[in-house]
Structure formats: C-alpha cells, structure tokens
Design a protein around this ligand. Structure first.
Ligand SMILES: [Zn+2]
Ligand SMILES: [Zn+2]
Length: 270
C-alpha cells in the first residue's frame, strides 16, 4: 500500500513528505475545490475503480484518458515518431494494459508538459519508460514531487527530434507551453493543453488565466501570445478535452477568436 495521496479534483499525486491538507494546485485561483471541500484518494483506490483507454485519432496519435472520467477529465497524447515516441501531458493513472500498449509501440523517448494541471503521476510514467520529463523552469515551484527524470528547460523554445519543438507561450501559467509537430499535418500540428482552449463548438479558441473560474488575462498578454502564434505554422490543434480538436480552418478560427479580444491576427502564417 503506497502512502501517496491523490487530489480527486485535479489528479495531482502527493508523496508522504508533502502532507498538505488542501491541494495547493486546487487552492490556487486558477483551480477550485469541490463544494464539500478537499477530497483525497489513493493510487490503489483509483486503480481499483478506473482504467486507461486509448483511442487512435490519427496514424501517429493516440488519445489516452481515464474511464470513467476522473479529476478534471484531462487527456494525454501518445505521439508516435520514427526517432522516438513522446507523451504529451499526463493522466493520473498508469495501468498495466496501457504500459504494455505503449511498450508494443516502442515505449517513450520523453514526456513533455503543457503546465502544472497535468503533472499528476508523472514520475510513475517516467520510471516505467526510463525517459526524461520536460517541464519549463518557470513552473518549477509547482512541482510537488520532483522525481529524478524531471529536466527543466528555459527560454522560448526547446528543440526535440524530427523537427518537434516545445514552445513556451505563458499566459495561463508562466511556463505554459505547446508542442509543435511539423510532420503530422501539411502545415504542422499543435498540442496545447490549455495554453489555449477550444470551445465546445470547435469554432472559438480562448486564451485565459483560468478557464474553470472564467478569469481573463490582461489584454497585453493576449496580444503578446497572439503575436507569437502568428509565427508558428499549424493547421491542426488538439486542446484539453476530448473532441476539442480543430483540423480545418484553424487559423481563420484563431483570427476571429483574437478579434473578439480586440487583437488583430494575420491568418496566413509568415
Ligand atoms: Zn488538486
Ligand atoms: Zn490548466
């Protein structure tokens, strides 16, 4: 029986040496505590009632999620690449079938994160696959269980392999980042966590400080992020939740979304 505690609202795993009464991630103004207050669970309880499902979204992309839905219902992406697979973000459960599935597909060369709402049980995944975990240094103080595989990166970009790169855009968190994969679609594919969030209509893209608490970013921050996005080529966007994916007209949608913030956006990437 492990003595790890899991916050049932966000899925973050806390080791016994960090015995919080209230989850600091949920206590932050970007998140929330449930109406009845903090709920904790354990890895054993979670493994007994939930499992991990994978769905193929593309020849080289699998979406991973916990069923039934747990915590904030986040999804992770297992992205296949000839020079090594990558896990983009994490879900708070790693069970034996998904471990076997990932191994059958060549394992993981790295895990990379958009931001702290996904850190969950990252050490379990990194230990299982013996791979580094890339996290932007600006969010280091949100890592409550820093395992030996965590590698902090600095600056605006981190080059990976096959032209893939991590890009720090900030906004939601100072370290909020996206993964750009040029080979998955003609103009490139972006995995954004909730650095940007696609609305349920799939016709709007929001950039906010907090999504559940509907807290905006200052206008100059939206303008800054929008200007960065103008120079990143992509035609496909995968966001936080299941079905929040845009594969058509993404730059037109981004342009109309930025205009709602009063920010101009060139829909042709330079
Ligand atoms: Zn929490
Ligand atoms: Zn978030």
């Amino acid at each position: 029986m492990s003595s790890i505690k899991i916050c049932a609202t966000c899925g973050t795993h806390y080791p016994p040496q960090r015995p919080f009464d209230i989850c600091p991630i949920c206590d932050d103004d970007r998140q929330y505590l449930p109406p009845g207050g903090q709920i904790w669970t354990t890895p054993e309880a979670l493994a007994g009632s939930h499992s991990v499902k994978s769905h193929r979204l593309h020849d080289y992309i699998y979406e991973l999620e916990i069923a039934p839905s747990f915590a904030i219902g986040q999804r992770a992406f297992f992205i296949l690449s000839g020079e090594g697979n990558i896990l983009w973000d994490c879900i708070p459960l790693l069970d034996d079938p998904i471990k076997a599935f990932i191994r059958e597909h060549g394992g993981l060369r790295a895990i990379a994160f958009s931001h702290p709402h996904y850190y969950s049980n990252m050490n379990d995944w990194a230990d299982a696959f013996g791979c580094p975990v890339y996290i932007h240094r600006s969010d280091e103080h949100w890592i409550f269980n820093k395992g030996p595989h965590v590698e902090l990166w600095d600056g605006e970009e981190k080059q990976l392999w096959e032209g893939m790169r991590l890009i720090n855009l900030g906004g939601h968190f100072p370290g909020s980042s996206i993964l750009h994969v040029p080979s998955l679609s003609p103009e490139g594919t972006v995995f954004c966590g909730d650095t940007m969030v696609i609305s349920p209509s799939n016709k709007h893209i929001a950039i906010q400080y907090s999504y559940p608490n509907r807290m905006p970013l200052p206008g100059h921050e939206v303008e800054r992020i929008s200007a960065r996005l103008e120079n990143i080529p992509f035609d496909t966007l995968y966001s936080f939740y299941k079905h929040l994916t845009i594969t058509k007209d993404v730059r037109m949608i981004l342009k109309s979304s930025m205009e709602r913030y009063g920010v101009s956006f060139s829909d042709g990437c330079r």
